[in-house]
Design a protein around this ligand. Sequence first.
Ligand code: ZN
Length: 309
Amino acid sequence: MQIILVSRARKLPKTLDLANGRLRWKLLSLLSLAVLACLSLGGALALAVASPRDHALAQIHELQQQIRAQNDQLGGVRADAQRSLDALAVKLGQLQAQSTRLNALGQRLVQVGKLDSGDFDFDESPAVGGVEDMGGTGYALPPALATGIDQLTSQFDRQQAQLSALQSLLLDARIESNLKPTGMPVPGYISSYFGVRPDPFDGQSARHTGIDIATPLGTPVHAVAEGMVTFAGVRRGYGKVVEIDHGNGYMTRYAHNSKLDVRPGQHVQVGDTIARAGSTGRSTGSHVHFEVWYRGRVVNPLAFVRNHR
Ligand SMILES: [Zn+2]
């Protein structure tokens, strides 16, 4: 089959020979790549945006696997050669609409992940123009179609790169959250708050550098964030105490334990049991004295224990 293109700008009609196997194959490859990539990107992103960050991460991962699989499949694409250029133009229009939708979804993903939107210009259209290189391709498409396909190809390349960057940023954010003190080290109620209070032994005004959580003797004490044990032993007043450096300016301290379960230099994960609650040191009953330090200064732990991961 031959398609003859006539335009006012040209003196001679242009002929596209669809019997030409090479042209046929290239057209079909481009079309299939664009259709598959666009449909899967759009569908998966639509699900991702409606969900919390972890779900979005899983969706991005799945999306990228699908794109890889589709790229592999393209190597072996052999299909019906009778598809017309009209159908191709219609498909191209649909893809451009999908790409626009993908841009909007990507932008919302940036908001969901609470990322700096300046790093992700999903709204910005890819740079096009400059020197036109129509030679050496071995086939000719109507200029409008060729330009459209080229633009879409670079848009998808760009969106793929932005999704990869988004994914790594979201992963970094999750790792960062594991390093931040979050939640209570033991179940129990807060029996004494941070700040100035009468000393429980001599009644004089003293500054309480942490919070006390009343809990039965032997209750497992958990690390509230990932980090490295920098001290596990006896400190004057604190009794048997564990200190964990979280590597991001934060240090946490867990005091008055009956038994220690970690050694200095040990790496601990969120929730690991590091000690058993007790009443060693300057203490009037079984409880955990919990401190949070940030950049060398003791801070009120209340906001941290009330957070959730
Ligand atoms: Zn205390």
